[in-house]
Design a protein around this ligand. Structure first.
Ligand code: R5P
Length: 299
């Protein structure tokens, strides 16, 4: 197996390679003055199984385009198979038509991946369990929940915890991590989003968090609004402390500042997305999913 990396998350790609007992194979990604890229595989890959790691994080279109061209380069160089390892699958929130006239953007991404030559796709904590159905090539759905469960066991007393979904859509995830940790109590903050603007209209609470440490678990933190607003409601509802765990640190806009100055005590995220130095903040802790990724690729 040969493993290559795009530019979006080289740190994670190098960790996965190391866990596999490999080194990242050389790839040239040349940037033209107008922003176009030229990609060249700098190693023989004829009849090899190849993996290309690229997170579709910000800027998603640029990172996806780099991935598409890299897959094409691998295919043209004679690779036997090309696994697109996309730790954060951008555009996954647009997996069906919400309102008349909208595109299904994720289906566009799935079709391009297949057309350029990806034979399989790997990703983490998909927004909805239906997402693999959008793909006509296998999409392996991995999860960071096992590393979060391990972290929770290490850092907290389980009898003091309530696991909280910051929105109703995340209840499946909460039930799963609760079972892993021995059926811990669960609760949810309910929120309504305006479909046109994406703004949150109103929020409420289901379940009892009084006197407990509320651990919110979500698939991603984008602007941080969901977590920060939910933390306010949890404290008002009697939680003694609020902690946030999310697989994908999208950190759009000023999410880093919003989270740092919120009622949330600690924010745990995974390294599916590389958080740039200027977005790191004191409350943040990053946990690696490289081991899970390497195990999945070994199969
Ligand atoms: C939405 O349903 C997702 O699970 C996240 O809750 C959402 O994307 C977070 O967005 P933000 O951080 O902008 O509130």
């Amino acid at each position: 197996m040969k493993i290559f990396s795009g530019n979006s998350n080289k740190k994670l790609a190098a960790k996965i390679a190391e866990k596999l007992g490999l080194e990242l194979s050389p790839i040239e990604i040349f940037l033209f003055p107008d922003g176009e890229k030229r990609i060249r595989i700098q190693e023989k890959v004829l009849d090899e199984d190849c993996v290309i790691v690229q997170s579709a994080s910000t800027p998603p279109d640029e990172n996806y385009m780099e991935l598409f061209i890299a897959i094409d380069a691998l295919k043209r160089s004679g690779a036997k198979s090309v696994k697109a390892f996309i730790p954060y699958l951008g555009y996954q929130r647009q997996d069906h038509v919400f309102r008349d006239g909208e595109a299904v953007s994720l289906e566009v991404i799935a079709e391009i991946l297949k057309t350029v030559g990806a034979t399989e796709v790997y990703s983490f904590d998909l927004h909805s369990p239906k997402i693999p159905e959008v793909f006509s090539i296998p999409l392996h759905s991995l999860s960071a929940l096992p590393v979060f469960a391990e972290k929770i066991r290490k850092d907290f007393s389980l009898e003091k915890i309530v696991l909280v979904s910051p929105d109703m859509g995340g209840m499946r995830r909460i039930k799963e991590i609760s079972e892993t940790l021995g059926n811990l109590p669960i609760a949810a903050v309910t929120k309504n989003r305006d479909l046109a603007s994406g703004e949150i209209n109103d929020s409420d609470m289901e379940g009892d968090v009084r006197g407990k440490i509320a651990l919110m678990v979500d698939d991603m933190i984008s602007t941080g609004t969901t977590m920060v607003d939910a933390a306010e409601i949890l404290i008002e509802s009697g939680a003694t402390k609020v902690v946030a765990l999310a697989t994908h640190p999208v950190f759009a806009k000023d999410a880093d500042k919003l989270l740092q100055h919120s009622k949330i005590e600690r924010v745990y995220v995974s390294d599916t997305i590389d958080v740039p130095n200027h977005k790191l903040f004191p409350k943040l802790e990053i946990i690696s999913i490289a081991e899970i990724a390497a195990k999945a690729l070994k199969v």
